[in-house]
Design a protein around this ligand. Structure first.
Ligand SMILES: Nc1ncnc2c1ncn2[C@@H]1O[C@H](COP(=O)(O)OP(=O)(O)OP(=O)(O)O)[C@@H](O)[C@H]1O
Length: 765
């Protein structure tokens, strides 16, 4: 009887919520129609061909198109929550804010301050709430409700009878993994909410163990910041830096599903436009390339590329040509000379001009051409007025011999040439990095044209700063008229940039000169999105940068990241106990102080939403062995299958068969879920061949991954192969093992050839 009464109350509650959800979708459809019409109207507007009018039309249409994209993206799970307060007021929470035709609020955006109690109320501290309700929908239909009641007494009588559901968080965690990160907008926890809504200014470090929701908090923070500071961030964009491209794909759907598009997802290997670095460095090379000493090494390498001749510079130039059989041939040559002292003076003046190499080359070429034209005028007894000399300079620069001679002294360089040249030339490396041992230099050397590694990217970026933009040859030799025209604009930009630097306290920062900053604030073209423009521009200044798995970034990588955010508005999420890169962070302060001078806020996340308690006990033993004193996070889930160890040797045919059988059984145990085989680096190739897949690693039921590639990801079942080899494969092998073991949401199996390492003694073979 009681059950039937409860059922009918539930049915009535579902019906009532369905009515509200239907109304919400009707409003969404209406706003979409309205926006679409406005977009069509904007495109249809006559501009009369005027550039300014066309520009304005593009901007307006772009704004409507973005708004429409946001409205399209919030379809799934539009309304997911409801809060009731002690005064009897009710508020619905969802992915967008909507009002009805009379201006009444139908749905409150989850990021709005009014939605905050939905995330912060706890039984101990409910604020004014008496109940929080989660609404589960499929398409546009309400299929379930979960209630948390904070004050039963003050809940209306009818509502009291219709209380339903289990804790929404646990229900969410029980759902199978899809291979892509899900959004958790409906079940964000209080401590995560604090991270998400922390202010835009300054740097926030979020330290938390595996599975504590650092990544989801970071992604929702991006959406929150874009909502709250749309004016700044839509123009400047938000950059999210992850550990690798797979990770970017793993998290890639969360933000669009929250309706955000102005976010650039990148790995460190992709931060330098035009290069997609995926190759790995040896641990020694990674540590060396990640060290800030490379700043000095690159500067020295560049200095070494500039030369002056031992004596005077002599260049043979043609003075008379004649046509023979229709072909122009030189019949008289003349040797022009620039004195050694002139060459030294030209080099020093250019070197001390505080200009990047390629821009300073302009000065050098001008001075050298001046010396050569004076010599020419003397030899030919020609007039040497300024006007004559300017003509003569242009004529001289037209000779290939002159260009070649000057290029040999001060070559125009690309970052790629400088870095690849240095790393492939033992003599250049020895000269630029005399402090390195021969073995260290040998670890850095590789053939010219070898694939770029992740560690090369910060070097390329540093080189690009040293070199600056290339300049057209014609300008170098001509009257600089185009340069002069641009100078006025630049100076205005620089004055503005200087203001920004002073305002942000970065004036003293030698990483960012006003000139460089000025370039970053040039007005954008309207026809592309902010994210597209930003991703293609190495010198783009983002409004906010989020770094995930931030413990992996080297000091040089931080330099690259900081250049992209001169205002130093950052969210840095990571776990020092998971650092795997030999160039990565051992302390946040040590890594970040050079840029933030201690001005960082820290939040800690302490609850693990991924790994069941049974698996976490094993992980805790590993953590205790590799980082004594560190506390593992506490798991909210338990009751998973007990983790186990299995003896097999994947190096033997019998062992390989046993491994494939084991993987098959694990797949059967998890049903629809996904499985990862996490392997030592040296076994990756062989074991990948054992589990062939087509398509993306994230979409296949079985993914064979190194620990580096598994970073940040999660799977229903994980099989860790040869933990002993993972432990010894790098100086931070213990951290790697901790990462491997904490990737599972349900099942963990470890395979060993012989005895398992003592820190895994909890697993009986
Ligand atoms: N509030 C929440 N509601 C529902 N699920 C959550 C919540 N917080 C975290 N999770 C889930 O817990 C899992 C771990 O989250 P996430 O990957 O963000 O952790 P992490 O701290 O980045 O982990 P790691 O350091 O291991 O990479 C994810 O499946 C995420 O969806």
């Amino acid at each position: 009887m009681e059950i039937r009464q409860h059922e009918s109350a539930l049915t009535a509650a579902l019906r009532a919520e369905q009515a509200h959800v239907t109304r919400t979708y009707e409003r969404l459809d209406a706003v979409r129609r309205h926006t679409r019409a406005a977009l069509e109207k904007a495109y249809g507007r006559e501009t009369g061909g005027l550039h300014q009018a066309r520009y304005e039309r593009e901007v307006t249409a772009g704004e409507y198109a973005r708004r429409l994209a946001r409205l399209e993206a919030v379809e799934h799970g539009l309304c997911f929550g409801r809060i009731d307060d002690a005064d009897g007021d009710t508020r619905y929470i969802g992915r967008a804010g909507l009002r009805d035709a009379d201006g009444e609020i139908v749905l409150t955006d989850w990021r709005a301050p009014a939605a905050r109690p939905f995330y912060t109320a706890t039984p101990g501290d409910p604020g004014t709430l008496v109940r929080r309700r989660h609404l589960h929908t499929r398409d546009r239909v309400v299929v379930g409700l979960d209630d948390e009641v904070f004050d039963l007494e003050r809940l209306a009588e009818g509502e009291r009878r219709a209380l339903v559901g289990e804790a929404a968080l646990l229900a969410a965690l029980r759902r199978g993994r899809t291979g892509r990160m899900g959004e958790v907008v409906a079940t964000i926890q209080r401590e995560q909410d604090r991270v998400i809504r922390s202010g835009l200014a300054g740097a926030l470090v979020v330290q938390g163990g595996p599975g504590t929701g650092k990544t989801v908090a970071a992604l929702h923070r991006a959406a929150f910041l874009l909502y709250t500071h749309r004016d700044v961030l839509e123009r400047r964009g938000v950059l999210i830096v992850g550990p690798n491209a797979t990770f970017s794909r793993y998290i890639g759907r969360v933000l669009p599903s929250l309706g955000e598009t102005d976010v650039v997802l990148s790995s460190v290997g992709q931060l330098y436009p035009g290069v997609h670095a995926v190759a790995a460095d040896s641990p020694v090379a990674a540590a060396l390339k990640g060290d800030l000493d490379m700043v000095r090494v690159l500067a020295a390498a560049l200095r070494d590329r500039r030369r002056v001749p031992d004596g005077d510079l002599e260049v043979d130039v043609p003075v008379r040509t004649s046509l023979r059989d229709g072909v122009e041939v030189v019949v008289r040559w003349m040797t022009l000379r620039a004195g050694h002292d002139d060459c030294v003076r030209a080099r020093d003046r250019a070197a001390h001009a505080r200009l990047p190499h390629n821009a300073a080359r302009k000065l050098f070429v001008m001075d050298m051409l001046r010396a050569l034209t004076l010599d020419e005028a003397r030899r030919l007894d020609a007039p040497d007025t300024e006007e004559d000399l300017r003509h003569a300079r242009r004529a001289l620069w037209a000779h290939e011999q002159v260009r070649r001679a000057l290029d040999a002294l001060w070559p125009p360089l690309t970052p790629e040439e400088l870095v690849a040249g240095l790393l492939s030339d033992p003599a250049a490396l020895e000269s630029a990095a005399p402090g390195l041992t021969p073995a260290e230099r040998a670890a850095l050397l590789r053939p010219y044209g070898a694939p770029w590694t992740t560690g090369d990217v910060p070097l390329l970026d540093e080189a690009a700063e040293l070199l600056g933009e290339d300049i057209g040859d014609a300008e170098a030799a001509g009257t600089f008229s185009r340069a002069e025209r641009e100078r006025a604009e630049r100076e205005a930009d620089e004055r503005y940039a200087l203001g920004v630097l002073e305002y942000t306290g970065l004036f003293e920062d030698d990483m960012m000169e006003a000139a460089a900053l000025a370039d970053r604030h040039r007005a954008p073209a309207p026809e592309t999105t902010t994210a597209e423009r930003a991703a293609a521009d190495r010198r783009w200044a983002y409004g906010h940068v989020i770094v995930d798995e931030a413990q992996e970034l080297s000091a040089m990588a931080w330099r690259t990241v900081m250049r992209r955010v001169p205002a130093r508005s950052l969210t840095i999420v990571g776990d020092l106990a998971q650092t795997g890169s030999p160039a990565g962070a051992r302390s946040w302060g040590e890594m970040l102080d050079p840029y933030l001078e201690g001005r960082l806020r820290t939040e800690h996340l302490l609850v693990n939403y991924r790994t069941p308690a049974e698996i976490m006990e094993v992980a805790a033993d590993v953590l205790a062995a590799v980082a004594p004193g560190s506390q593992p996070p506490e798991s909210v889930r338990d009751g998973g299958a007990p983790p186990r160890a299995v003896r097999l040797d994947p190096g033997l045919p019998g062992g390989r068969a046993a491994l494939t059988d084991l993987v098959r059984d694990e797949l059967a145990a998890i049903g629809e879920g996904r499985l990862a085989v996490i392997v030592p680096d040296a076994r990756h190739e062989a074991l990948t061949a054992l589990f062939p897949r087509d398509g993306d690693v994230l979409d296949s039921p079985v993914a064979v991954l190194t620990v580096t590639a598994a970073k940040g990801l999660e799977f229903d079942a994980v099989v860790v192969v040869e933990p002993g080899e993972i432990l010894t494969q790098s100086p931070l092998g213990g951290n790697d093992l901790y990462v491997a073991i904490t990737r599972a949401t349900r099942r963990l199996t470890v395979t060993c050839r012989g005895e398992a390492p003592p820190m895994l003694s909890r697993l009986r073979l």
